[in-house]
Ligand binder design. Structure first.
Ligand SMILES: *[C@@H]1O[C@H](CO)[C@@H](O)[C@H](O)[C@H]1NC(C)=O
Ligand SMILES: *[C@@H]1O[C@H](CO)[C@@H](O)[C@H](O)[C@H]1NC(C)=O
Ligand SMILES: *[C@@H]1O[C@H](CO)[C@@H](O)[C@H](O)[C@H]1NC(C)=O
Ligand SMILES: *[C@@H]1O[C@H](CO)[C@@H](O)[C@H](O)[C@H]1NC(C)=O
Ligand SMILES: *[C@@H]1O[C@H](CO)[C@@H](O)[C@H](O)[C@H]1NC(C)=O
Ligand SMILES: *[C@@H]1O[C@H](CO)[C@@H](O)[C@H](O)[C@H]1NC(C)=O
Ligand SMILES: *[C@@H]1O[C@H](CO)[C@@H](O)[C@H](O)[C@H]1NC(C)=O
Ligand SMILES: *[C@@H]1O[C@H](CO)[C@@H](O)[C@H](O)[C@H]1NC(C)=O
Length: 555
């Protein structure tokens, strides 16, 4: 009698044990799966990209590929020849030089004059040495009697010293003349015309934003307009999508609410795509993530010269196709995979083989940059960059062969006897950090007058390579050996805090798209910052701290 009951109890007990074990395991599984966001083992490893992903296999590749960018290409922090101690030392030297008030580091030769020097190098064949336009370089080349092999004999060390003396004096004069300039805002400039032509626009959030754009900075991170701006760029309903008329690659102007306009550059290649080594900078594909990253680097450096950009996820059908102007709408088609695509109209990558496609489905990622007013509302000055590349696969630019280029072209040019000289150096440092070879022009708002900073736009071709630092971008600094005190201080501060740390923090806090810069690019920007210090060190060794560093009153 007892045995069946015992057996029953045993099986109940056994059942209970099994049940509690099961509960325990289930509970644990649930617990762990909620605390650990992603069990890494379950995600299949993405294919590892080779060092060079050919454009035809990278273009339009799905996003998942870049988010899981491989670490195998990790680079060690190397390549800069300067030590941390030397950077400290430089900082101390620069700081104490700024505080002591000895005027000019060179002694003046009263028999030397700029006019004589200009006469000598051009041998009186031209006297409008300072006139610049797109063809000036080639005209001037013809005008010169000497060729590039004997240029070095023409400009002597004595000339160089005197020229440097001259520049220091010109900058001091400029500073004095502009010391009391008032801050001007874009809103001030626009107000009267708008009040007359279109008073409703004065009531827009956009107009409020223009009041935070000044001759010194293109946005103010402490203003509420700055924060609001991103909401419009990222979520504002699009009322019209139109192609940007000029431009070699597809760019779309979006009409957003409250008077805002944004410039869309669509996703083209994954984040870990490197420009193939046989591709020239001018045929490089534009990358939306580079636009976003360049904005953050500029912000972290504290220049605030890149108009704000943010990433956005579009529904390509709803946001673009249904809002497109008829011309753009005409280039839409459905791909064999049933995705919505468009070609656009431009000279590079605007064909069916390089179309922009929603992927998957209607999903399209892109960067949106706030568009600043254009002519006729506001006048822009578009200066041909004197160190622009030749944009030819066979020709070299003058500056590439002439080590005295800065003395013979820039320093004698009246256009550069003001802040523009140092603005160009700032720009060289920035472009080097982001790896931008595509700076053909320098842009600024001429309605602001002479005391106005450059506005940096068009960085789609930056961050092309992380395994290579193109030192030629620093040529203006290497040639001219001038630099702004405040920029030095700024670079040093960022160096101490860790440029890559600050940039990734900024991206994490303010950017919705993931992994805009893969680790290799972050390593590269730290390395490049050190290389800039190494270049300044080399300059200082030749021309002394006071001969290199200039205070032009610009912060
Ligand atoms: C040529 O340049 C010299 C200085 O180098 C100057 O004295 C002379 O007047 C110039 N002549 C002409 C025709 O410009
Ligand atoms: C200018 O060039 C001529 C030859 O074309 C030469 O005889 C003369 O010495 C040169 N003058 C200067 C100032 O270099
Ligand atoms: C350049 O100048 C040198 C002399 O300084 C001369 O030997 C050479 O032939 C010149 N080259 C050209 C292309 O004129
Ligand atoms: C340039 O303008 C700003 C404000 O507009 C002013 O603070 C500065 O002193 C001006 N001049 C110089 C030389 O920086
Ligand atoms: C701007 O808006 C306010 C009220 O919101 C209105 O009183 C004013 O007339 C508007 N101004 C213009 C120029 O439209
Ligand atoms: C995108 O927009 C189209 C048209 O409005 C809509 O049919 C489609 O469902 C949307 N796709 C997504 C993923 O929301
Ligand atoms: C695309 O859509 C068509 C019609 O809806 C369908 O027949 C075809 O199988 C789809 N193709 C793909 C690759 O999904
Ligand atoms: C700006 O500079 C140019 C020369 O570089 C000068 O001719 C012009 O008068 C200046 N304008 C102002 C407003 O200072």
């Amino acid at each position: 009698m007892r045995y069946p009951r015992l057996r029953l109890r045993c099986s109940i007990l056994f059942g209970l044990i099994i049940l509690s074990l099961f509960c325990f395991v289930t509970f644990n599984t649930i617990l762990w799966s909620t605390t650990e966001p992603e069990p890494q083992e379950h995600i299949p490893q993405p294919p590892k990209p080779p060092v060079d992903i050919p454009l035809w296999s990278a273009i339009g590749h799905e996003n998942i590929y870049d988010i899981k960018a491989t670490k195998i290409l990790k680079l060690t922090n190397h390549a800069s020849s300067i030590t941390g101690e030397r950077i400290e030392e430089l900082y101390q030297l620069v700081r104490s030089a700024k505080d002591d008030h000895v005027k000019n580091p060179y002694s003046r030769d009263s028999t030397w004059s700029l006019e004589k020097f200009v006469g000598k190098i051009f041998n009186n064949t031209t006297n409008d040495a300072s006139k610049r336009d797109d063809t000036a370089d080639s005209n001037r080349k013809k005008a010169r009697k000497h060729n590039s092999t004997n240029v070095d004999e023409t400009t002597t060390e004595h000339d160089k010293k005197q020229l440097r003396y001259f520049i220091h004096r010109a900058m001091a004069k400029w500073k004095k003349r502009h010391l009391n300039d008032k801050i001007i805002t874009l809103g001030d400039l626009l107000h009267d015309t708008l009040a007359q032509d279109d008073p409703k626009r004065l009531n827009t959030t956009w107009f409020q934003f223009t009041k935070t754009v000044t001759n010194l900075r293109v946005y103010n991170i402490y203003s509420s307009e700055y924060t609001n701006l991103f909401k419009y760029l990222q979520y504002g309903e699009i009322t019209e999508a139109n192609e940007m008329p000029q431009g070699t690659q597809i760019k779309i102007i979006l009409d957003l609410p409250n008077g805002f306009q944004g410039l869309l550059k669509p996703f083209r290649v994954p984040r870990n795509y490197q420009t193939p080594s046989d591709h020239f900078y001018f045929s490089d594909v534009e990358r939306h993530h580079a636009e976003i990253a360049a904005f953050h680097v500029d912000k972290v450096l504290g220049f605030n010269r890149v108009p704000p950009v943010i990433g956005r996820i579009f529904n390509i059908t709803k946001d673009i196709r249904e809002k497109a102007t008829s011309e753009l709408a005409g280039s839409f088609f459905i791909s064999p995979a049933n995705n919505t695509c468009f070609r656009g109209h431009c000279s590079y990558y605007c064909d069916t083989g390089h179309a922009v496609c929603g992927k998957p489905g209607d999903h399209l990622e892109g960067s949106v940059q706030v568009l600043l007013p254009r002519p006729p509302e506001i006048d822009w000055q578009k200066l041909t960059h004197p160190y622009r590349r030749s944009y030819s696969s066979t020709k070299k630019a003058d500056w590439e062969t002439n080590e005295n280029y800065c003395y013979e072209y820039i320093m004698i040019d009246e256009d550069y006897h003001n802040r523009l000289m140092l603005d160009m150096m700032d720009l060289a440092a920035f472009d080097f950090i982001i790896g931008n070879l595509d700076r053909h022009h320098m842009m600024r708002i001429s309605s602001f007058g002479n005391n106005t900073s450059l506005i940096y736009v068009d960085h789609g071709r930056s961050f092309g390579r992380y395994d290579y630092d193109d030192l030629s971008i620093l040529t203006p600094i290497r040639h001219c050996c001038f630099f702004r005190y405040t920029t030095f201080k700024r670079l040093y501060r960022v160096y101490k805090q860790g440029l890559s740390k600050l940039v990734s923090k900024s991206l994490k806090n303010f950017e919705g798209l993931q992994m805009i810069l893969i680790d290799e690019h972050l390593t590269a920007i730290d390395r490049r910052l050190e290389i800039i210090f190494a270049h300044l060190d080399a300059c200082i060794k030749i021309y002394t701290v006071k001969g290199v560093m200039i205070d032009d009153g610009i912060d």
